[in-house]
Design a protein around this ligand. Structure first.
Ligand SMILES: Nc1ncnc2c1ncn2[C@@H]1O[C@H](COP(=O)(O)OP(=O)(O)OP(=O)(O)O)[C@@H](O)[C@H]1O
Length: 292
């Protein structure tokens, strides 16, 4: 499969050449396939945000380079001439609603396309399309974004990024602080954009259930290194390693582990990762009379 993104020996040092120099990325080499749904996981401070901020050239490698949609980014890359590139790589930061600032919802969502040179008319069309995509009622267009609920404000912020029709969408813990329904809706939106709008999705998350329910590819970060890259089945194949990485198993796998410790092994060499897999496994074992 084609790569949308290719990191080649990327190192990033914060505050380089000072006594506070800190290596947040160490020699990262990896590929992210086009149109994949890639989750980035790892303990706090492992380098997840630093990694993804290279993808839209918000941060530049200290050494090494990466290639994103054909553009090379390295230490010499300057912010000049990055406008067209950044339009193709959308970034939704943590708590993006904090960045809302316009008087109305519509103006806020139109800001990006207008900033990138779209006419008033086409910016408005892009904004209304994006509002529909994120499930915002168009009657909210003239409301102040600050009068909306937290979940709606987050949708406005995400719509502002989607209005630019990015090819790559980076989501940094997009469901933090949302209730279970808001959580599911944002995750389902990401899945929809991936499957129906052919966007490459890159999701930073601490929710292992989301990784197995949505991602096709997983990058595990540890101490600034990409220590494992592959499908979720590979990521979670070894529970001991997962705990060493200070990560959790998805809840279905954790349940199967608990059963195993209690003397009932339903794993058959592969831990069930999703609720569906767990249910199927139990139904099979009941069918065989192993579990009553
Ligand atoms: N602007 C900065 N200046 C100096 N050090 C930084 C800066 N930003 C991050 N770091 C350090 O770099 C390392 C990696 O940070 P990063 O935010 O990329 O980790 P993370 O995996 O995204 O963490 P979290 O899950 O807590 O968001 C950490 O040790 C962090 O303290």
């Amino acid at each position: 499969m084609d790569s949308a993104i290719s990191f080649s020996k990327v190192t990033h040092t914060y505050q380089a050449n000072t006594p506070f120099a800190h290596n947040a990325l160490n020699n990262v080499t990896l590929q992210i396939p086009k149109q994949s749904f890639t989750a980035v996981i790892g303990h706090t401070g492992s380098g997840k945000s630093t990694l993804v901020q290279h993808i839209n050239a918000l941060l530049k490698p200290t050494t090494g380079h990466l290639e994103v949609l054909g553009k090379i980014i390295d230490a010499k890359t300057t912010n000049k001439n990055l406008k067209a590139f950044r339009k193709r790589v959308g970034m939704v930061f943590q708590f993006p609603e904090k960045q809302l600032f316009e008087e109305t919802v519509l103006k806020d969502v139109m800001f990006g396309p207008k900033n990138y040179g779209a006419s008033e008319e086409s910016a408005k069309k892009a904004a209304l399309d994006a509002m529909k995509l994120v499930g915002l009622d168009l009657s909210l267009s003239d409301h102040s974004p600050f009068d909306l609920s937290g979940g709606q404000m987050r949708r406005v912020a995400i719509a502002g990024v989607l209005a630019m029709s990015p090819e790559i969408l980076i989501l940094d813990e997009p469901t933090a602080g949302l209730d279970p329904r808001g959580h599911r809706e944002i995750m389902d939106l990401a899945k929809y954009l991936n499957q129906n709008k052919q966007m490459t999705i890159i999701l930073i998350t601490h929710q292992m259930d989301d990784v197995v329910d949505y991602a096709t590819n997983v990058i595990v970060m540890d101490k600034g290194e990409a220590v494992k890259v592959g499908p979720p089945e590979q990521t979670f194949a070894d529970p001991t390693w997962i705990y060493q990485m200070q990560l959790d198993l998805p809840s279905s796998a954790e349940f199967a582990q608990q059963l195993k410790h209690a003397g009932v092994d339903i794993s058959e060499n592969h831990l069930p990762l999703t609720i569906d897999q767990l249910a199927n496994r139990l139904v099979q074992l009941v069918g065989k009379g192993v579990v009553k």
